[in-house]
Design a protein around this ligand. Structure first.
Ligand code: GLU
Length: 362
């Protein structure tokens, strides 16, 4: 595969918990893709959900990514041309783009209460229809809107989905995709408390931060047509998307609570070396031609989106242990020494990128 110009990939976690196997694999694939194509890997923290996001998880996330050697070239702590990289600090940037949508009448304020929306959803489900916003507030007159605003009601902002359109895109993993806009109800892009909704902030930031390729979990596949519509309305470029198959247990069933909940933190304190995780996760849903142990550069050179599987990836603890054995066999003695609980002799106690002990200059 030839190099592609100005590639930028990203990892955009929401800090709602510790980094676990599923999302660290997403981070890894994006980092490998950037390196493979001579591009940049960006880190953005999607912390707009104030109820769920917790600052201590941001710090843990950064530390875990660094421990794994997944170093970002743009993002928190190091900055870059598109800072800030925490969505909670980007409100003034988003305001400009809400205005653009308002000026083009692509959005409207919605005063429906959560209770009204829940009732409407229930009624539609009971009638055997997929629940979607019925458009109540899309039809309000200007006077009605003003009257509600005068009463002090705090509306959400909804995107007006165009009628009768087909949204098509070529998924890097799953091939051609088609969605009918008529199956998508008008959706919220700004919450009543003024914070941006995921669809909006995620799509706008990818464009504003010049992200060209997005690999993310397939649970986001149905969000993509919404985000493409939004980007079109915002007159912003869309990245290429690829949706990764989920990770399942060795028996093909859902990942058990025990394994699914495994955080990088737990694996690290359990003694796994970062290189073991990298070698294992890079092969979880992605096939390499070479099945041997590889350093970072080898993992990146052999990485290709064409080799990402569409079938769910089976998590196999025995395989992880196999790569742990390999990691131990390939580890330099300083790393092994640190791993066994000793200190790095003649080197800094802090493992450098990739977990190796770094020698202080003499
Ligand atoms: N913050 C989203 C998540 O953690 C990002 C989704 C995406 O990668 O676009 O699921």
């Amino acid at each position: 595969m030839t190099a592609i110009q100005n590639v930028k990939t990203r990892f955009a976690p929401s800090p709602t918990g510790l980094l676990h196997l599923g999302n660290v694999r997403t981070a890894l694939f994006n980092a490998l893709l950037a390196q493979r194509w001579g591009g940049r890997f960006l880190l953005r923290i999607e912390d707009t959900d104030q109820e769920r996001g917790r600052p201590e998880y941001v710090a843990a996330l950064l530390e875990d990514l660094r421990w794994l050697g997944l170093d970002w070239r743009e993002g928190p702590e190091i900055g870059g041309p598109h800072q800030p990289y925490l969505q909670s600090e980007r409100a003034t940037i988003y305001a400009r783009y809400y205005q653009r949508l308002e000026a083009g009448e692509r959005v409207y304020p919605c005063f429906c209460t959560p209770a009204e929306l829940a009732l409407s959803r229930k009624t539609q489900l009971a009638a055997g229809r997929p629940p979607r916003y019925t458009g109540t507030c899309a039809r309000l007159s200007e006077a009605d809107r003003q009257a509600r605003l005068d009463r002090g009601l705090q509306p959400t902002l909804r995107f007006r989905v165009p009628v009768g359109q087909m949204i098509e895109f070529e998924d890097m993993v799953r091939g051609p995709q088609r969605f009918a806009s008529d199956d998508i109800g008008d959706f919220v892009i700004r919450r009543a408390d003024g914070t941006p909704q995921f669809f909006f902030a995620n799509a706008a930031d990818d464009a504003l931060m010049e992200v060209t390729h997005v690999l993310r979990g397939e649970d986001h596949l149905t969000n993509t047509p919404r985000q493409l519509l939004l980007l079109e309305a915002l007159e912003l470029p869309a990245p290429r998307y690829g949706h990764l198959a989920l990770i399942v247990g060795a028996d093909g069933g859902p990942l058990s609570k025990r394994l699914g909940d495994l955080s990088v933190r737990e694996l690290r304190t359990g003694g796994y070396l970062p290189e073991a995780l990298l070698n294992y996760l890079a092969r979880l849903g992605h096939a390499y031609e070479r099945d041997k142990w590889m350093e970072w550069n080898g993992l990146a050179t052999g990485f290709t989106p064409d080799h990402l599987g569409r079938a769910p990836a089976r998590f196999d603890e025995a395989q992880l242990l196999h790569w742990q054995t390999e990691a131990i066999q390939h580890a330099p003695w300083e790393q092994l020494w640190a791993w066994m609980g000793g200190r790095c002799v003649g080197a800094s106690a802090r493992p450098a990128e990739g977990g190796f002990c770094r020698r202080d200059p003499a």
